[in-house]
Design a protein around this ligand. Sequence first.
Ligand code: MV4
Length: 447
Amino acid sequence: MFKKILIANRGEIALRIVSACKELGIATVAVYSEVDRNSMHVRFADEAVCVGPARNYESYLNVPSVISAAEITNVDAIHPGYGFLAESAYFAEVCETCHIKFIGPSPRVIDMVGEKARSREIMQQAGVPVLPGTGLLEKEFATAARLAQSIGYPLIIKASAGGGGRGMRIVRNEGDLARAFDSAQSEAASAFGSSRVYLERYLERPRHIEFQILADEHGNVIHLGERECSIQRRHQKLLEESPSVIMTPELRADIGAKVVEAIRKIGYTNAGTVEFLFDEEGNYYFIEMNTRIQVEHPITEIVTGFDIVKEQICIAAGEKRRYRQEDVHLQGHSLECRINAEDPISFAPCPGHISAFHPPGGPGVRVDTAAYTDGDISPHYDSLVAKVIVHGRDRAESLARMKRALEMFVIEGIKTSIPLHQKILSNPDFVRGKLSTGFVDDLRREY
Ligand code: MV4
């Protein structure tokens, strides 16, 4: 097992990883930018190294600086968290070259899965349903136009090196294809350094559901069920839940088995998330895969009892995890609300000074946060202040518990998205479980 791990991240996920390391008896090294000097992850790590000024590229994305911090503190491994360098095959490669274990999949797998058109093909070959679409398209518009005919409209153009909704273009008729194809390719080239795109039939108002995977380095692979992530705005998830109201034990087992088989085939190791869209008839389609721990991982931890971050560390240390799918059961219902420092109406980020901070507690409430009274939410990084996660015996109890927890969450000095969550939780369609990726847009039209 590792003796010391460097955490190449900040905020709540850095603190989450410190917690897992402490419980495993592993020493921790925090890295921080100049504006994060007084952060909680710095306070609770055993050692801390300043890696540069506030700007991402000069600190948390500064590979030479982060690797130097790892070298001088003589760590065995690096946990990248989510965002920043978490899905950088280059960073994983540099870690390997420096004989530092990257806590995540191998650089080869990160590269392969990161090419979204390629991961579509891999899943399709493994018998996982995908939407009608194409493989990789470079410059050839003529090919795209021909293939678009067979896919049908509406279709969506996606950046193959993208993900998370960046560089996507929805095309509703043939006349719009040429312009959309050009702009998608140029955005992909500037945002991801690759103009490769692919086409897919576009699903209007789907449900967005993802499966959590754990795979050790000895061929043991399990899934930990699904997370419903349809409540999002512009590809930013706001509220997630597990299980999904549309999932049955049979469907979960069927999809889970297909996903586990595909993961085994590609030689995937560590934690991963496989994303699906569900249409109104309940048909499901693979869209993409993520090779990192997700923000919303706690709802899966709560309903399954697994500590996913600890599993990531044990897997990376080469431990044989005696996973058995029959040992995985989802107990009760869990909800997570992401509390952002933002205006609840305009969604404009509202960083600032927190004059009072008192998180809710009581039965079935977990709050993952690095915020504190008299702390600051920086304008340099994402606006996440805290994740409120609740567990109930069923969805109704989870809803009631989340409403109570948000009502008892004291955050003064900054605006937050709590009022928006309270609107969502009281919305009749939400209460009925009638969700889709269009839910938040519909909600905003009503208010
Ligand atoms: C789609 C889709 C509909 N049809 N693909 C968004 C980010 C990434 N996870 C994939 N995403 C989607 N892919 C097809 N073929 C709908 C989404 C999607 C979405 C799209 C536009 C606006 C908000 C969205 C929220 C979740 C999923």
